[in-house]
Design a protein around this ligand. Structure first.
Ligand SMILES: C[S@@+](CC[C@H](N)C(=O)[O-])C[C@H]1O[C@@H](n2cnc3c(N)ncnc32)[C@H](O)[C@@H]1O
Length: 819
């Protein structure tokens, strides 16, 4: 294999430039590595869970061993050959990025990383010659500049030199906009050759793969961009000359910076555009067009406070009308992004005043009014949201907070929980919210080919691409929204971090924009804490738009991931009294049962119908002491041997099992409970359902009757009370719905769309008997239950289920039904 092929192959495997540099060379600390645990090899994507466990153990052992070694000085290598090797790597990564092949990257989260909290003027300079491997250089900052094109594997990588001309590798992780999918050109636009950086309290580390030390920056807020016209840049003498070889000339006027910024903007490189406009503003602070352009670039980055600040500053000047309108529109969109719809409407009204009848201004005003109504009443047009989510998961809707508040709860991890502020009825909307950060498959459309495998050493689990992407998006959002800092950092981040006793935070004042943003970070944040917050709070949005979706495994790599704020305050119960689902990225939380004022509101972090042992192992990520809900108590009272017998029998239940055997299995399982066990037996849901389906497929009336009976049993196993179990003849009076409404209308435990589907299935079975009266009655029950569970009345039901109803021949009946 020639060298280029080797380079490309290693890049695909996620191997760092350090590995390449050391090909054929003995590792400098060979003695230490050979006598200690072996450094783990790079991870591969298709790891079975045992293999995963083994790799974690290997990694932990290596990391533990590395911690025992003393900080050491490591010799420097020849800069020219380093640069040569690095540029070769960069070329192969670029070629690989633009080729059709997949590339797999691995990253590890959850182990201790330093994040600096000290401002630059309280730190003293350190030179590379003083830096030791395995040491965080507290109280110091490294001044350096890039001497290679910057490239990206998982993190952003480059070679840097210090003023004394010494060279090391630098890797910056979690840098905004430079995560998965960002191109080599995106990276080079933010870190062009010759970029001067100050790294606060830098750490020199051994990489987990490879042998050369690396300055590893995990928190992007540790990186300060030293603007080329700043005192620090102008006052520093570089041993290798004032300009890095081959670096582009620095624009010498505000206009030239504007042109560069506009180029980045056109290419969709919003952050690079922000840097260029900001450099121009440093040269000419009165250049308001630069500020106006920057306000737009900030909007694209969702840096709403920054955009608002720029747009309002421009509005304070005397301007020509068209610039004023632009500023009003940008300020309005910034307020809108911050969900301040009153503030937004004021700005758009100003725009309309200057341009009466402008359709865009009118449309924005209408949007503001709708959002305001949603946020105050909780009345949403569910069909609109649903349709919008089919185009993009990121839908436009306002947050709503219903009759709930966060209260102190000392027996819960984090010390808080959510309680009802008044009596609440079944189906009432409690919270509806957009995420702080989210990642959906649709965000990585083809030709996105990168596969990221991320290992959370804290939770001892592999993160899906979407889960890992949420962390980098949360980092990106925080980077430019310091006023959101407390809303995120007041979330529970595990026992290592203190959480305040209330939520949401009242004062965000401490995190104001520094004047020098974006060169200086807008806020300092601890990346390890943020990882831990994500690990404890990220949801996998469960979209009910696909009515006949299979039970998707909870850890399926395809599931989206999202960090919500207030919804993260709900504690867990397997048989929770509140339920959640999502429409695109919009989470909707409703009461499932009748809830008294002051009672705690809970959500299930897992599928309650899965057997006890599976639930407990899944919950280990969150609940150290296990779950104390009523369902778990009942399961525990059954005793371990009964539970084990039951779980073993349940695992044999499949549609393919012959009917005689299936009937016998159902009979056996129903006796595998303690004699005192109540009716709530959610692990029977799947069992009865499978029997119902097997029988229904035969379509003879006797089988259909038995199938309906099995579905009734399924409903009862999850807490629904079937009050009319008749299968034929006149419908008994009173002719209300055949299941109890009120407290028992919505089942405990199962997903509510599965419930609605089951009700439709019963209607379908009656239609095959044929019993048209019961068909209508059960269909009506499905529509009513859907209305309580999801809101939106019949039109929303029809929007979601008409295709399915068409397949099962019930569309006309449903359309004709009066509710
Ligand atoms: C998403 S947070 C829930 C809100 C959290 N209680 C707080 O104060 O921010 C998840 C954490 O809450 C705690 N928690 C959730 N449900 C619990 C339960 N049923 N019993 C005890 N602790 C629970 C666990 O520590 C869990 O890791």
């Amino acid at each position: 294999m020639d060298r280029n092929a080797v380079v490309a192959m290693m890049a695909r495997m996620g191997i760092t430039p350090q590995d390449l540099q050391n090909m054929g060379q003995p590792p400098f600390n060979q003695g230490a590595t050979l006598s200690g645990p072996r450094r783990p090899p790079p991870f591969e994507p298709d790891l079975s869970s045992d293999e995963l466990k083994r790799r974690f153990e290997q990694f932990d052992a290596w990391a533990e061993y590395d911690r025992t070694l003393d900080p050491v000085q490591v010799p420097f290598e020849n800069p020219a050959s380093l640069v040569h090797e690095f540029e070769e790597l960069h070329r192969s990564i670029t070629a690989n990025f633009h080729s059709p092949e997949n590339s797999t990257r691995t990253s590890i989260t959850g182990f201790g990383k330093h994040s600096s909290k000290l401002p630059l003027d309280q730190l003293t300079i350190i030179y590379l010659s003083e830096m030791l491997v395995r040491k965080v250089h507290k109280g110091r900052f490294l001044l350096c500049r890039s001497i290679t094109t910057c490239t990206r594997l998982v993190g952003v990588q480059m070679l840097v030199e210090d003023p004394e001309g010494r060279v090391r590798d630098l890797a910056i992780y979690n840098f905004p906009t430079l995560g998965m999918g960002s191109s080599p050109e995106d990276v080079a636009a933010i870190f062009p050759l010759g970029t001067i950086l100050a790294i606060r309290e830098p750490t020199l580390k051994m990489p987990s793969q490879g042998y050369r030390p690396i300055i590893r920056v995990d928190s992007p807020s540790d990186v300060i961009f030293i603007e080329p016209h700043s005192k620090l840049a102008l006052g520093t003498t570089w041993k290798t000359g004032s300009r890095v070889n081959r670096s582009a000339a620095i624009p010498s006027s505000a206009d030239a910076w504007k042109a560069r910024g506009n180029g980045h903007f056109k290419a969709g490189r919003w952050l690079a555009a922000v840097f260029s406009y900001s450099s121009g503003m440093e040269m000419d602070p009165s250049a308001y067009l630069l500020r106006l352009n920057r306000a737009e670039a900030f909007l694209r980055l969702e840096y709403y406070s920054a955009s608002q600040r720029d747009a309002e500053q421009v509005l304070g000047l005397s301007l020509e009308e068209s610039a004023r309108r632009k500023a009003l529109s940008r300020a309005g969109r910034a307020y809108y992004g911050k969900q301040d719809y009153v503030g937004a409407e004021k700005m758009f009204a100003g725009w309309l005043e200057s341009q009466p009848g402008d359709p865009d201004a009118l449309a924005w005003i209408a949007r503001c009014r709708l959002r305001l109504q949603e946020s105050t009443t909780g009345d949403y047009d569910w069909v609109r949201l649903s349709k919008e989510s089919q185009v993009s998961p990121h839908i436009d809707a306002a947050n709503y907070v219903g009759p709930i508040r966060v209260s102190e709860m000392i027996d819960r991890g984090g010390g808080r929980g959510v309680v009802a502020t008044r009596d609440i009825s079944s189906g009432e909307l409690l919270v509806a919210a957009k995420p702080f950060a989210s990642a959906f498959n649709a965000d990585f459309p083809p030709p996105q080919k990168e596969v990221l495998i991320s290992f959370d050493t804290l939770a001892k689990r592999a993160l899906s691409r979407n889960q890992a992407a949420v962390l980098s998006r949360a980092t990106q959002k925080l980077y430019g929204n310091p006023d959101m800092y407390n809303s995120v950092f007041d979330l529970y981040g595990g026992t290592a971090y203190e959480t305040p006793l209330s939520y949401p935070p009242t004062a965000q004042e401490s995190h104001r924009f520094p004047k020098s943003f974006p060169f200086f970070p807008a806020t300092d944040f601890d990346i390890t804490q943020l990882e831990s917050i994500c690990s404890h709070n990220v949801f996998s949005p469960y979209d009910t738009q696909v009515p006949d979706h299979p039970d998707s495994p909870e850890d399926s790599p395809d599931r989206p991931a999202a960090l919500y704020l207030l919804p993260s305050l709900f504690n867990h119960a397997c048989c929770a009294n509140a339920t959640w689902f999502s429409i695109g990225d919009f989470i909707v939380i409703r009461a499932r049962a009748l809830i008294r004022a002051g009672e705690e509101l809970t959500l299930s972090y897992t599928y309650g119908q899965t057997p006890y042992q599976q639930r407990q192992s899944r919950l280990k990520n969150w609940l150290i002491a296990g779950c104390d809900c009523a369902l778990c108590d009942e399961d525990r009272r059954d005793g371990a041997s009964t539970r084990e017998r039951r779980e073993k029998l349940i695992s044999q239940v499949k549609v393919a099992v012959p009917l005689v055997r299936l009937r016998a299995l159902v009979q056996d399982i129903s006796t595998a409970y303690s004699p005192t066990r109540g009716a709530l037996r959610p692990d029977m849901w799947h069992v009865y359902h499978t029997l119902g389906e097997t029988l229904r497929l035969r379509e003879y009336s006797t089988y259909l009757t038995e199938s309906i009976k099995a579905e009734f049993d399924a409903l009862q196993s999850v807490g629904v009370r079937v009050v009319d179990k008749t299968m034929r003849g006149a419908i008994p009076r009173p002719r209300e719905l055949p299941i109890a409404t009120g407290e028992f209308f919505l089942p405990s435990v199962i997903m509510l769309d599965q419930y609605v589907l089951t009700l439709i299935t019963i209607a379908y079975a009656f239609s095959k008997m044929p019993d048209l009266a019961r068909t209508s009655r059960w269909l009506k029950t499905a529509i009513s239950a859907h209305g309580v569970a999801f809101g939106g009345e019949k039109p929303y039901f029809m929007h979601k289920f008409s295709t399915f109803l068409g397949h099962v021949g019930l569309l006309r009946t449903a359309q004709a039904m009066e509710m």
